[in-house]
Ligand binder design. Structure first.
Ligand code: ARG
Length: 257
């Protein structure tokens, strides 16, 4: 459909010769993601193992990112479809155009910026360290030579790589790393602060170290070059921030201590 419209626009342009042809050049650069948008639907991918940002509730994927994405889609007047996949498949899904965007508590970093475009950031985050109560690991420096659990492909995984002599155990889900820690199979888990709080609450005998490993920021990842979607999403994020809607969504899932 879209292709025909573009082709026709080209014909009209040629017929009109010099006038009004500037637009057709930009139109032909339309990406798969733009086309999905034209059909009135945005496909979001996430890894719903990351409460309170995204998790399963009955058969639904809920959480801060799901609500933010829904609010953005509403502002754009399109439907939202959410697909669940492994965290390290998210960027490839966006790059290939299989998805329009990934919203997954995803930390903005230079390496990822080479492969995807990030929207404006919408949350402050941190990597923290979870240990068993009474652990000899009391600061990030104590991680040297320890068994560290992480979720594959996350920034926790990347930072654990920098720890000297660490034995890194990679898990598909953050919760699996936490279970392994509970069972005494590993010494620590490096993971994002908000999920860490949820997991520690659900599992007795675990604590989060006061000193965070890093400070980070979350943003939504979209396909490189899809400036149209980037601008629309940034506009919507700005509105959500200014109207206080974003804070409302966060407050719904994170209760102030
Ligand atoms: N913030 C970390 C990162 O970007 C972890 C994100 C994990 N998200 C998820 N939905 N499992 O690497």
């Amino acid at each position: 459909m879209k292709k025909n419209v573009i082709a026709m626009a080209g014909v009209v342009c040629m017929a009109a010769l010099l006038t009004a042809c500037a637009g057709s050049g930009t139109k032909t650069a339309t990406t798969a993601a733009d086309q999905k948008e034209d059909t009135g639907k945005l496909v979001m991918v996430t890894n719903a193992e990351f409460p309170p940002y995204e998790y399963h509730d009955n058969n639904q994927i809920v959480g801060i990112d799901a609500d933010i994405a829904k609010a953005i889609a509403d502002k754009m007047g399109v439907e939202l479809e959410i697909q669940d996949m492994a965290f390290d498949s998210l960027i490839p899904a966006v790059q290939s155009g299989k998805a329009d965007f990934a919203a997954a508590g995803m930390t903005v970093n230079e390496d990822r910026k080479k492969n995807v475009e990030f929207t404006d950031t919408y949350a402050e985050a941190a990597q923290v360290i979870i240990v068993k109560e009474g652990s000899e690991v009391k600061t990030p420096d104590d991680l040297t030579g320890k068994k560290i659990g992480v979720q594959t492909g996350t920034t926790g995984d990347i930072y654990a790589d920098d720890v000297e002599n660490a034995d890194i155990q990679r898990f598909n889900k953050g919760m699996e790393a936490v279970m392994s820690l509970s069972q005494g199979k590993i010494d620590a888990v490096i993971i994002d602060r908000e999920p860490a709080k949820v997991f520690v609450k659900e599992n007795e005998g675990l604590v989060i170290l006061d000193e965070a490993f890093t400070e980070e920021e979350y943003a939504i990842a979209i396909k490189k070059g899809n400036t149209e979607l980037l601008e629309k999403m940034n506009g919507a994020i700005k509105e959500l921030k200014e109207s206080g809607e974003l804070k409302k969504i966060v407050d719904k899932y994170i209760t102030a201590e």
